[in-house]
Design a protein around this ligand. Sequence first.
Ligand code: GDP
Ligand code: ZN
Length: 395
Amino acid sequence: MQADMNIGMLGHVDHGKTTLTKALTGKWTDTHSEEIKRGISIRLGYADAYIYQCPKCQTFLTQPNCECGGKPKLLRKVSLVDAPGHETLMTTVISATSILDGVIFLIAANEPCPQPQTNEHLLVLNSTGIKNIIVVQTKIDLVSKEKAIESYKQIKTFLKGSNAENAPIIPVSANSNLNVDALLRAINDNMSPPKHDETAQLRMYASRSFDVNRPGTIINELKGGVLGGSIVQGILKKGDQIEIKPGITRKEGAKSTTVICTVQSLMEESESLDVARSGGLIAIATTLDPSLTKSDALVGSVVGRKGEVPDPVDTISVKYQILERADMQNMPLRENEPVVINVHTSTGVGLLVKLAKGIATIKMKKSTVVYKDMHVAISRKIGQRWRLSAWGKIV
Ligand code: GDP
Ligand code: ZN
């Protein structure tokens, strides 16, 4: 069984994203140590949550054993997607909206609502138009019943008029596993899998690529390069021929080369698949020379069937809006300003060459594949850091 949707985890720092992900999946996603290359690339964390239900007592569980003695059945799997840090989390939600089918929005019960990042995450949620939202009121074990109700009312008021206005609010204590069953039920009932358009052209965004061979492996036993990413439309089968664009760039500034190869096998987490569609992180074992896939060399590329991926471009036009941020003064964009652009899983440096009528024209250092209406996150250098400042759509 493949995960049937991707759910982003949002919420103020320390409100319990990592802890809740662990409670739902048994995995820590907080392994982002060397994940931010040059401070601008984003490595998404994926972890599958298994949703079981006991046929005897109707309880929802994360595993197939129930206290009542019933034999819980696996209903479905959903993939939880996390990004490290506040800045990259917001950038991801904008640039990877096409990968996310819903959001779990965490708000702690033991702090006044909204905290600054809670506020910004709601702004981002509203900007992207993601509507499939469940609010989780975390750390419920740290407050009295009266405080919990007061916090609930604050959350309700805060969400009024937003995309999350009618979202269910589930109180949870993730580290003592309280009410996680109610959250599983809410996910199952409220987050129905998106329509998987299997007849559409295949499109996948590469978010990993690696060489799985140990140093010293003899040539006959070498395995082909592996590519990981999210399918957003279409299906992929064993034996399919695929193309990867922009593909490989030999050195900075050089033109990229499209890579073509055959799918040898497909995996989603620990499941081996004959056919893959959208949902979760798909790993493709390919016939490529592994030196082409090593060290995430193909991250940011688009995968499709041979002849179907548009050519990469080095100039993009974005109809943009400045993002209002509580934690910094956001000035209008300026011509000749360097920016970092995130689209799907691609991160690149560019120069703002023209601003006119709400449209920014950006010359990218490296070319990238884009589609019309695709969401774009624009970050600019403020002090020593790249900060998310605007977002928009490809025109
Ligand atoms: P993140 O920054 O949103 O990923 O937050 P973490 O999951 O790292 O949690 C921050 C801290 O809050 C950790 O020390 C957790 O153990 C603690 N924490 C998270 N959820 C709960 C909860 O439901 N109850 C209590 N008491 N502590 C929690
Ligand atoms: Zn039971």
